[in-house]
Design a protein around this ligand. Structure first.
Ligand code: PHE
Length: 345
């Protein structure tokens, strides 16, 4: 019996050395240490040996089992180490291989221009507000001195939703909304960026939807020269220190006097070119002194306070600044166009 155990141990250890992978190792374990394994088979023979020998043989059998278990564990660890070393040797890392390129989006040029405009006016103490695109006829027209039969309604062909509800045709309704809300306090100094809608045929310079930035400043003693000063700071901040502005008389029902504002052509510096059609000037916004009617509709006393307002076309500004020749580029989602703005955040 003792012999058999010793022989079994030797043979098992010998065969263990030949196990090359986890599958073989498991087969070895079942064969020698398993319930139906050789060691168990030998131990079954215990019944046949003399009683006084049993403790010694039993102990020996335990020792053999422990030795085989220990040998198996260390063989298993050795195999794992080998396997890891093999993998490390095979998996070389080439640090010169180019990395994956992660596609990064770009801020849309209109968003970029709006942010720049906001930055300039924040610097002059204006607040940024937003208003509804679906608007009441009252704020879009009535409160701005454009009654139902007023010919100025033809200036802006309107998308109506019901008789009294429409898509705003300009951001000027926020003049009326803001004054109504802030009455009776002054000063009011806001800009309002936002999308507007008009029933226009789309072409290179017209779109049924575009973006404006409204400006409104109301206080005691605001004068036309304040408007000119603020717009000069804006034009220089947006198009460069060399730019000039000029005001031409115009007409809007909600401002009196009204003006159209030109900036000296950034392309030819006022000399006259294709972009400015030889005039040296490019129109960028409508403006004027807030009409007393608008102030009084909101409750203000037009003898006490005065103000100016302006409406700036954002696409126009972007086209001028970036030399874009077709307004439709802003809505086509052509990646070749949009990617040009990728660097900026
Ligand atoms: N709302 C006018 C337009 O869209 C522009 C404007 C705004 C004119 C404010 C004067 C004052 O044409």
């Amino acid at each position: 019996m003792e012999e058999t155990l010793r022989e079994l141990e030797q043979r098992a250890l010998q065969e263990l050395k030949e196990c090359r992978n986890p599958t073989q190792l498991e087969a070895w374990r079942l064969r020698f240490l398993g319930k139906k394994g050789e060691l168990t088979a030998v131990l079954r023979g215990m019944a046949r040996i003399p009683e006084n020998e049993r403790p010694r043989i039993g102990q020996l059998a335990n020792e053999v089992r422990d030795a085989l278990e220990a040998a198996r564990t260390s063989r298993q660890q050795a195999l794992r180490r080998e396997e890891r070393d093999r993998r490390l040797a095979a998996e070389t890392l080439d640090v010169t291989v180019p990395g994956w390129r992660i596609p990064v989006g770009a801020v849309h040029p209109l968003t970029r221009i709006i942010r720049e405009i906001e930055e300039i006016f924040l610097g002059m103490g204006f607040e940024v507000r937003e208003g509804p695109e679906v608007e009441l006829d009252y704020y879009n027209f009535e409160a701005l001195n454009i009654p139902k039969d007023h010919p100025a309604r033809d200036m802006q062909d309107t998308f109506y939703i019901t008789e009294e509800i429409l898509m705003r045709t300009h951001t000027s309704p926020m003049q009326a909304r803001t004054l109504e809300m802030t009455y009776p306090s002054v000063p009011v100094k806001i800009i309002v960026p936002g999308r507007v809608y008009r029933r226009d045929e789309d072409d290179a310079t017209h779109s049924h939807s575009f973006v404006q930035v409204e400006g409104l400043m109301v206080d005691r003693g605001v004068r036309m020269s304040d408007l000119k000063g603020v717009l000069t700071v804006f034009a220089k901040g947006m198009f460069g220190e060399d730019r000039q502005i000029r005001l031409r008389p115009s007409y809007f029902p909600f401002t009196e006097p009204s003006a159209e504002v030109d900036v000296s052509c950034p392309l030819c510096d006022g000399a006259g070119c294709r972009l400015c059609k030889g005039t040296g000037w490019i129109e960028i916004l409508g403006a004027g002194m807030v009409h007393p009617y608008v102030l009084e509709k909101a409750g203000y006393d037009a003898d006490e306070v005065s103000g100016f307002a302006f409406g700036l076309g954002v696409e126009r500004t972007a086209m001028l600044k970036y030399g874009i020749d077709d307004i439709r580029h802003f809505y086509m989602n052509d990646l070749h166009f949009l990617r040009q703005f990728r660097r900026a955040l």
